[in-house]
Design a protein around this ligand. Structure first.
Ligand SMILES: Cc1cc2nc3c(=O)[nH]c(=O)nc-3n(C[C@H](O)[C@H](O)[C@H](O)COP(=O)(O)OP(=O)(O)OC[C@H]3O[C@@H](n4cnc5c(N)ncnc54)[C@H](O)[C@@H]3O)c2cc1C
Length: 396
């Protein structure tokens, strides 16, 4: 639904009304800017509508992504203060399990390194595992408990943040509106966007187009190597609450970090406030092919039953898929594009876009307004993929 706002000139335009675009718009208006958020579909019609909504630190080793995740986790609490409980934020914690002794040793070594980087972790033996998750397979030899992991409902978070911005009078929401060009002046500076029916001006354009971030970058004449990484999710019938944490197998972390195009699956199971249980997770690079693959559904279901045997008797309500925005180095693209003054990117978050959205929007607003950054954007710089010598030099 569009606002009856006749304004066609803004301080900033955000392309993409997913959870990342919503957070960018939120922090930009909090910084005092007049903002338009534009989406060719509806709010959360992209990957945000397909995500599980985990805000995770457990799956990240020390480095820039973990730093971003820790900042984002803190900011998510602030966002929930702003929009209230309506985004179903649950700071319920995560439990990572190992199916054998060797994997358990590696998992605990990984947790120790994470602990040194500021992540709260607790090794758990089979008895402690069953205290955390009474229905878990008693054969599982142990795992690690991560109390900082959280979950939200990303569609609701995006929708409420955007609705709040619109109510404040500082955000204009334009849905069913495809951006077809990022306009520039003779010096190459951004002047706004062209849509199928309009020209909208702003000196700052934020590319928050997720998996389509590369296509939107191309509208300004620059490359970003963002590719779709398909994933399916299974949703069970509603049950009394039987899974209390996000529970996943240790091989999930390796799957996330893998560069393989082929299919990778690992058991990921978690409850929701409504009683349904979400079961993932698959990853493969097959372009934008949305065809449901029943062999993957069966594999995910079997892996979940191995962890929670009681799921064997539970009906599936539905299954659906989405396309994670994959970058070759598994880091998002966040910050100003040195090639096009006025163009900012906030995309390519792969399977962590919900978790990282708050910090992304926050840092984008700091960069746009010239305030000191809470975290360096250098590791996320858009030009890091650009191999021409003068651009690498400009970036260094
Ligand atoms: C199965 C699955 C499970 C996941 N689980 C998690 C999880 O637990 N935790 C987590 O953090 N992440 C998870 N993710 C990843 C997460 O969902 C994404 O990283 C995140 O939603 C990306 O949000 P976004 O706002 O960047 O992109 P999107 O939500 O895709 O928004 C981009 C928007 O840009 C719009 N757009 C594109 N081109 C144009 C144009 N030319 N003009 C106008 N609009 C345009 C699109 O319509 C779209 O709405 C999961 C993903 C999948 C597929």
């Amino acid at each position: 639904m569009n606002d009856a706002n006749p304004r066609r000139a803004f301080d900033a335009i955000v392309i993409g009304a997913g959870v990342v675009g919503a957070c960018c718009a939120h922090y930009l208006i909090e910084a005092g800017l007049q903002v338009a958020i534009i989406d060719r579909g509806s709010v959360a019609s992209g990957t945000t509508g397909a995500g599980e909504g985990n805000i995770l630190v457990s799956d990240k080793g020390p480095g820039p992504e973990l730093d971003l995740a820790l900042l984002s986790r803190r900011l998510w609490f602030e966002l929930i203060d702003v929009i209230g409980d309506r985004a179903e934020l649950e700071p319920k914690g995560g439990v990572v399990i190992a199916h054998d002794g060797a994997t358990l040793t590696r998992l605990r070594e990984f947790a120790e390194v994470q602990r040194a980087a500021g992540v709260e972790t607790h090794d758990v033996d089979p008895m402690q595992l069953r205290e955390l998750e009474p229905h878990i397979n008693p054969q599982i030899p142990g795992g690690v408990h991560y109390p900082q992991d959280m979950q939200t409902q990303p569609m609701l978070a995006a929708a409420h943040l955007i609705a709040r911005g619109v109510q404040s009078g500082r955000l204009s929401r334009m849905t069913d509106t495809e951006v077809t060009e990022i306009t520039r002046d003779e010096s190459g500076r951004v002047t706004g966007v062209r849509t199928l029916s309009d020209v909208i001006s702003a000196p700052i354009v934020v590319n928050a187009a997720g998996t389509w971030g590369g296509q939107v970058a191309a509208l300004a004449g620059v490359d970003l190597p963002i590719l779709p990484r398909r994933g399916f999710l299974l949703v069970t019938e509603p049950l009394p609450i039987t899974v209390h944490h996000k529970v996943y197998a240790a091989d999930y972390v390796a799957n996330v970090a893998s560069d393989s195009e082929g299919l990778e699956t690992s058991a990921v199971i978690e409850g929701t406030r409504g009683g349904t249980i979400l079961i993932g997770s698959s990853r493969e690079r097959v372009g934008f092919d949305a065809t449901l693959d029943w062999s993957i559904v069966q594999r995910l279901a079997a892996q979940a039953v191995e962890v929670f045997p009681m799921l064997a008797g539970v009906q599936l309500l539905r299954t659906y898929g989405g396309f994670r925005p994959y970058c070759p180095d598994h880091l998002p693209v966040v910050g100003a594009d040195a090639r096009v003054p006025g163009l900012m990117h906030a995309c390519g978050h792969e399977g962590a876009g919900v978790g990282l959205a708050a910090a992304t929007g926050y840092l984008i607003a700091q960069a746009v307004t010239g305030r000191p950054l809470d975290l360096s954007l250098e590791p996320f710089a858009p030009v890091r993929f650009d191999s021409t010598p003068e651009r690498v030099g400009a970036h260094a």
